[in-house]
Each structure stands twice: as C-alpha cells, then as structure tokens.
Design a protein. Structure first.
Length: 778
C-alpha cells in the first residue's frame, strides 16, 4: 500500500520524524538524560548504605530414634526440628537478650560532606540514663555542637518540613532545651532527660548527632532484617543473616545472638537436669533417714539379743527379700518420677521430658514432636485461618500425637504397675517362708532386710545423684557456631550498578517518551520531509516565508522578482511546464484543505509568474463564497464569473487585462450567489472552461478549500493539474491524509502540493538558495 492510500488510518509511527525530533531537541534530551544520571548519583550518595553479614550454626536434627516411623516421617520430623530452631533464633526473646549487649537504641552520627554518616564504636561521647517522656522525640535527630571540653550546645536537627510547619504556625516551637549544657550532667526537660557522658576530648565547633529509638521498634526492625534458613537442602546447618547500616555492629549483633542462643540452650538443659536432681535429692533425704533408723534398730536388736549371724537359710531369704524390696522401691521412685513428668506436661512444660529422656526415649521424642507441631500451628495461624487445609492438617497431627503420648504414658504406667505387683508377690512369698523361722531369728531377718533395702536404695540414689551432678556440670549444647560473623564492608544497598543502570534506562526512556510526546502533539507540517513521509504526491515546490506581511496582500512576484518566494515560484512554473497534458492548454486548479493556508496568494502569484512568459495565462476566481483574488490585484468585484454563469454578463465582458503583462488576464468572482455549487456544476461553467481552453495556454482556477465545501471537486474534473496548498507550521498532518483520500477517490490527474510560508530553519536550500539569487538580476 502506498502512502497515498492512507487516510485517517489511526495511529501510525513515523520513525524518521522521531529521529528528526531527537536530533532537533538534542540539547534538552541530553539535559533530561543527565538529570536522571545525576538523580541516580544523588540517590546513591544520600542513601544510607546497608551491609549484610552472616554466621552459620549447626543444630541438632530432631530424628526419632525410637525405631518408629518410616524414612519420610523421619525427614519430616527432622525438618520440623530445624524449623523450631529457626523460630528460636528469630524469636523476640532472643533478640531482646542480644540487645542487652549491643546497643541499637541510640545511634550516633557525624557530618561528612553533605550527608550524615553513622559512627559506631569511635564515639567521643555516650548518651545514657535516657528517659523519653514525649514520644515525639523518639527518632528525632539531636544536634551537639561542642563549645569546649566541659560544655556543648544541644538542639534538634529539624527537617525542612518541620521548619516550614513551625514557620506557618502548624507546629509548636520548643526551645527551652536548645541551649548550652554541661557534659556528664543530667539534662532534664518536660519532654526527655538524659546524660551526655564525655568519653574523649573534642574540638571546639565539632558537630555530632544522635537519635534515640524506641526499644520495640528497634526489635521489630532487627527482626525484619534478620533471616535464618538452612544452608542447603536437608542440612542441619543454619545460615543466620543480618543487615544493618554499620557492618561492625551487624557482626557484633550476630555473634552476641549466637552466644545467647547457645547459652539459652545450655541453661534450658541445666534447668531440666536440675529438676531431676532436686527430686533425687529429696528422695535421698527420706531414704537416708530410713537407713539410719533401720541401722540403729538392727544394732539395738543385736546388742540386746546377742545375735551376730543367722543361719544359711535365713541369710538367703534375707538377701532375696531385700533384693526384691530394693527393686520395688526403685520402681516406686520411677512411678513418682512419672507422676512428676505428667504434672509438668499438663502444665505445658514440655522441656521437663528431657530430664527423663534416658528413661523414656520414645515419650521424649513424641513430646518433642508435639512441641514442634504447636510452633508450626502458631506460624500457620499467622498466615491462614482455622479452616485452611494446612491448619486442619496440623490440628489432625496434634490430635494424633496427643493420643500417641497418652498411649505411651498408659503403657509405661501399666508396665510399672505389673512390675510392682510382681515384686510385691515375690516379697510376699518369701515373707511366708520367714514366718517358719524362730521368733528372734525372724525379727532379726526383718530388721536386716529393711536395713539392706534402705542401704541399697540409698546407694542407688547416691549413684543417680552423682550422675545428674556430673551431667549438669558437663552440660554442653549440641548446637555450635561454625562460622562467626565478620564485618563485610561491601554494601548490599544501595546497589550502585543497578541504580545507575536504572537511571540510565529511565533517562533513555524519558527522552524517548518526551520525543514521542512531542511527536504526538506536533501534528503540524513544517518541511517538505514531513509531507514526503505521509504521501507520494509530488511536491511542486516550497515558498519561503515572507516577513513583510503586506506582500501577502499583493501579487508580490511583479514588484519583488528577486524575493526567494519569487524564485521558488519560477521553479514551480518549470515543474508545471514539464507536467504532461492531453490538451495543448493546461487547466490548473489551486485549492487547499482549510482556509488561511495561503491558497489565494499562491494562486495570484503563480498565475502572474505564468503570465510573465510568452504563453497566455488567465486566472479565474472560482471561490464564489469568500472571494479574495480581486484584492490581490486591486480590482473591483462588481461583475465576474458568477454574473456570466447566471447569464447577466458575457465572458469577454468580465475579463480584466493586466496593465503590465500582455499575456496575463484575470476574471474575478463577481457577486456572491446563493447557489455557488449549482453554478459551478452548470453547463454554462463547462462552456466557460472550453472557451478559455481555446484562447489560453494556462487557465488557473482559484477554488474554495476542500474540507469545507465540495465546489473544488466539480472543477477538478476539468483540471490537467490540481495543486493543493499547505502552510508550514499551520497545516496538520491529517490534511495531507485528506488530500491522499481525495486524490484516490476522485482519481485526480497530476495532483501536486505546494508548501507555503516555509521559514528559513525548515527550508531546503536548493534550488533557490539566497546566495545564488544574484543570477536572477541578469
């Protein structure tokens, strides 16, 4: 499809025009581009850098060693254990413990260039004993200006917005604390109080800043910047990352967090062991009293009855019954331990199971799984509702684990009950045999067995106490810090290369969008190129802009033959002469799309330049609605074409012969008729055209604009050449599209375009560059 086929075809993009606009506005485009680059540099410079560091922690996998569960179950249990440790490391409790050592509440700054830089350890003063009474002062930047070694000026380093609000009275000015204060002396105001403790000497005039942050917001900020995740898939090593504005403080915080994590782990185990130890120590006191009592009774009996030894049979029975009774006492202690454990579990103290893990390993694993499921439930409820499938699945697992714990406890209790019953029966059987012994020997046997039972039980408890004390003293965490956090001086934010790349991209995109905006809003035709980009219709010439507007009211080509516009008209005349025609004469219709494009001025001067040659030319004003052609030649318009068409005048009566040009005649429009379209479409008009064609070589017809009325289309039927006048910086691109449409629809022969009033900056220099106009003088 050719360009001439396009008419109101929607949005089309002319890439040549875009490139032209890019070149034309290159200075502003460069400015916009550099503005974005400067914005990127500005952002990088003033944005507080963030640094990231990490440590690695090895944790114990929670794998059920009780022999139950398949491989996938063990993997799930292992993952749940690791997730629990992740939650512990990210717990508010542990972070608050670490903050007792690393101070985030007060941040210190100094000025470097145009920005404030945070300082961490090399601080010449310390703010302590802080009491903020007005929350407004949280997060505000206090400014210290050193006066001498003993005093300083204190003020608020307010933002521009704060200063504006105070200026317009929307914010109250509080100036009572903005004065000279002493180091190491308490500053007391209705809003806050603190002490600025001097650590080292400072120079007079030095400026420092500090900010007091609310504790809970500090904790929240740390939790937002703290991440814990497995180092690799199915790994028991956790990578703990923390991001902060100071690399050394980030490393210090992580290392303290790691120490607190290990410390809490050990303390929890010590606490669990202590509970078991307390129970054993309590039992020891009871058994010790029994032992001393039984020993004393045995000695008294031996002394009174002079019995040192008993018979072999009695000794055997005493040994057996004391053995059973010792085992029975141990079983009862185990039952009491189990009862204590049950009470602790009912209270929600699941850690108590660890103290009995060697006795009940299966139960310990079940309770640990239950605890992990509770943590998982809390995490799920933070994201989902009670009805979510994951929450429901977790609830089901909790119920199953509860039932498993109850079943295991019932099994242990039943097992203990059976053992106690069997031991009691064994003791009863031996006691029945003791009845057959002589009275004194029987009494001695009872005293001896009680003594032996208490002695064995006491030794058993001493052994357990010793084991627990050793375990408590040797308690170490099964977790360990593999890699300590080290300060990393490479900032992770702002990402300089990415920001500069984005700035570069935004600069390019902004320049392009600005160009597209100019392209979309710039609908005016300015140059020949603008026309050539839209249509294939030949351009007969471009007429330079004439600064003297008075010339546009005349046929200036006669009085000013050396004007660039006059020379341009000669070029158009040449193009017309070389345009082929079926007739000996050429009818030239001159029109435009809308008024004010200079159609009549072009018609008058083109006809004049044609009449200046050897061939005869006549110009006819066919604009019967708003005629202006007669004004260009200073002629009256009382009679003219309309008079001929209505039969009130003959053709030869309305022809004006030019005073200077013998080959040039003029027909004005005449009176304005009520029906101009019908007159131009009449047979009489056809006769006029035929008559003029016989008598003239060039017949130039000045017609109305095609976008307003259809008069011009009637005359185009006779035309050998149809010229459409467009005005630079006035005619719109859609006008050319309309011309394309008209040419195609009406099958217009030899259409052409004349670009009128082209300013110097839009003109082609050839073929009538002003530097060569001196040739026209000779």
């Amino acid at each position: 499809m050719s360009k001439s086929d396009v008419y109101y075809s929607g949005v089309s993009i002319n890439f040549k025009k875009i490139l032209y606009l890019l070149s034309k506005y290159k200075l502003s485009n460069i400015f916009i581009f550099l503005l974005f680059i400067a914005g990127g540099i500005f952002y990088i410079y003033f944005t507080t850098p963030e640094f990231r560091t990490y440590m690695t922690v090895e944790v114990e996998k929670n794998v059920n060693n009780g022999g139950g569960g398949d491989f996938l179950t063990q993997i799930r249990q292992s993952n749940e254990g690791i997730e629990t440790e992740i939650d512990v490391l990210r717990s508010r409790f542990l972070v608050e413990k670490a903050l007792e050592t690393v101070d985030f509440n007060i941040q210190y700054y100094k000025k470097e260039g145009f920005k404030k830089v945070e300082i961490y350890k090399d601080v010449p003063f310390k703010v302590k004993d802080v009491d903020i009474k007005d929350d407004y002062f949280y997060g505000k930047l206090f400014k210290i200006v050193v006066k001498d070694n003993d005093s300083f000026y204190l003020s608020l380093d307010e933002s521009l917005l704060d200063r504006v609000l105070k200026k317009i009275g929307l914010k109250k000015e509080e100036k009572e604390f903005e004065k000279l204060h002493l180091f190491n002396r308490k500053i007391e105001t209705p809003y806050f109080s603190f002490v600025v403790e001097k650590i080292r000497d400072m120079r007079e005039g030095e400026e420092y800043f500090f900010k007091i942050n609310p504790f809970q917001s500090v904790v929240n900020s740390i939790l937002n910047n703290l991440s814990v995740k497995p180092f690799s898939f199915q790994s028991s090593v956790l990578k703990v990352e923390f991001q902060d504005s100071n690399p050394q403080r980030a490393a210090d915080f992580l290392n303290i967090l790691g120490k607190e994590y290990l410390k809490q782990s050990v303390e929890r185990k010590i606490q669990e062991t202590s509970k078991s130890l307390a129970f054993i120590e309590e039992q020891l006191k009871i058994v010790n009293k029994r032992l001393q009592k039984s020993q004393e009774k045995l000695k008294i009996f031996q002394s009174q009855n002079k019995i040192v030894n008993v018979g072999v049979q009695s000794e055997d029975m005493i040994r057996r019954v004391s053995d059973y009774e010792t085992r029975l006492a141990q079983a009862k202690i185990e039952k009491d331990s189990l009862d204590i454990l049950l009470r602790e579990i009912k209270r929600g103290n699941f850690e108590a199971v660890s103290g009995f893990s060697t006795q009940y390993p299966v139960l310990a694993n079940l309770v640990q799984n239950y605890q992990n499921l509770l943590i998982q439930r809390d995490r799920l409820l933070n994201e989902y509702t009670e009805l979510h499938p994951l929450v429901q699945a977790n609830k089901k697992q909790l119920e199953q684990t509860k039932r498993a714990i109850k079943k295991t406890l019932d099994g242990i209790r039943k097992s203990l009950a059976v053992r106690i019953k069997e031991l009691k029966q064994s003791i009863k059987n031996i006691e029945s045999q003791l009845i057959s012994l002589p009275s004194k020997e029987k009494d001695y046997a009872n005293l001896e067995r009680r003594y032996r039972v208490n002695e064995r039980l006491y030794n058993y408890l001493l052994e357990r106490e010793s084991e627990l004390k050793v375990a408590k003293a040797a308690t170490v965490s099964k977790k360990r810090i593999l890699d300590k956090a080290l300060p990393d001086e490479t900032p992770v934010k702002p990402k300089k290369s990415m920001i500069m790349a984005i700035s570069l991209l935004l600069g390019i995109v902004s320049v392009f969008l600005m160009t597209i905006l100019r392209y979309m809003t710039d609908t005016k035709i300015k140059t020949k190129k603008d026309i050539e980009e839209i249509t294939d219709i030949p351009i007969y010439g471009e007429l330079p802009f004439i600064a003297d507007k008075r010339l546009y009211k005349t046929a200036y080509v006669l009085e000013n033959p050396n004007l660039p516009a006059s020379e341009a008209l000669r070029t158009i005349r040449t193009n017309i002469e070389f345009t082929p025609s079926e007739h000996d004469s050429k009818i030239i219709v001159v029109t435009s799309t809308v008024p004010n494009e200079g159609k009549t001025v072009v018609t008058a001067n083109l006809a004049t330049i044609l009449g200046m040659g050897e061939k005869k030319c006549i110009v006819v004003s066919c604009d019967l609605r708003r005629p202006e052609l007669h004004l260009k030649f200073s002629l009256p318009n009382s009679v003219g074409l309309s008079n001929v068409l209505v039969g009130k005048a003959k053709l030869e009566e309305v022809i004006w012969e030019h005073e200077e040009l013998t080959n040039f005649d003029i027909i004005t429009s005449g009176f304005i008729p009520p029906n101009p379209y019908e007159l131009l479409d009449s047979h009489k008009m056809k006769e006029v055209i035929e008559t003029l064609r016989k008598n003239y070589d060039y017949i130039v017809l000045d017609t109305p604009p095609i976008d307003l009325v259809s008069d011009a289309f009637l005359l185009m039927r006779y035309a050998d050449i149809t010229l459409f006048v467009c005005k630079s910086e006035y005619s719109e691109r859609r006008f050319i599209e309309k011309i394309n449409y008209v040419v195609k629809k009406y099958k217009i022969k030899n259409p052409g375009i004349i670009l009128n009033a082209v300013k110097e900056k839009y003109r082609d220099k050839l073929p009538y560059d002003e530097r060569y106009l001196f040739y026209s003088k000779y």
